[in-house]
Design a protein around this ligand. Structure first.
Ligand code: DX5
Ligand code: ZN
Length: 221
């Protein structure tokens, strides 16, 4: 198994009153910053409206990986692409027109992502894989940081890796990623890792990002 490894830390568990400082701690060692957008409708939690998110996006020194956990995703996804997010991920359960929204994201120059909640099977979405630059397999129920990694999602990760084959589609996991669970996720075929509480609860967040990358790379090589 030899994949490029990407670490995309989530700032959900960072100090929201000092986000610029929090991002600055990890920017140099991270591939992208994972921005969890929640509307309190699709998930029972709220993070940012578009204007607040835009301020973060504009000030971020590296690319943004926007994870949209919002009900009105078909209206909102294009906006995140237009303001320059490197990647915009929509939830399969929220969109009413997957193909149009994935195409809209790409047409604005962003990578298109498709996320699946734990109970959503990958087999329902195989037909859209040519429109997808990244699959996100949730390893917790979306909504909150600090939850337990769902080992039972590894079958879905393996099935998604088989679907991707040799294509340059990233395979991201999100939820409960730590120095222990990242190895399991790499073995199942993931190559792109969100980590929130593991990074921001660490004494040295940047060092934790480096350690996560080293741990994943050691398994992938
Ligand atoms: C949860 C979010 C995650 C969250 C992960 O709905 O999508 O990105 O920040 O946090 P940890 O790594 O603490 O599980
Ligand atoms: Zn996320």
């Amino acid at each position: 198994m030899s994949h490029d490894i990407r670490i995309t830390p989530s700032i959900l568990n960072a100090d929201f009153d000092n986000l610029q400082n929090e991002i600055a701690k990890i920017a140099a060692v991270s591939d992208l910053i994972h921005l969890d957008v929640m509307d309190n409708i699709f998930v029972p939690n709220f993070t940012f409206d578009f204007d607040s998110a835009r301020t973060i996006i504009d000030r971020c020194p590296i690319g943004i990986d926007a994870h949209l956990m919002v009900a009105e995703v078909d209206q909102i996804a294009r906006l995140y692409a237009q303001v320059g997010c490197a990647s915009v991920t929509i939830h399969a359960e929220a969109t009413e027109d997957i193909a149009t929204t994935l195409r809209a994201i790409r047409s604005e120059g962003s990578r298109s992502g498709l996320a699946l909640k734990p109970n959503t099977p990958i087999s329902d979405y195989e037909e859209f894989s040519d429109l997808v630059d990244m699959f996100l397999i949730m390893t917790v129920e979306p909504g909150f940081g600090g939850q337990r990694f769902m080992h039972e999602m590894m079958n879905k990760v393996r099935a998604t890796r088989a679907l991707i084959g040799d294509r340059p589609i990233w395979l991201q996991v999100d939820g409960g990623i730590s120095l222990e669970t990242i190895e399991i996720a790499v073995q199942a075929g993931a190559d792109t890792f969100v980590a929130g509480s593991a990074v921001f609860n660490a004494n040295d967040p940047a060092k934790m990002v480096v350690s996560l990358r080293e741990r994943a790379q050691a398994v992938a090589d």
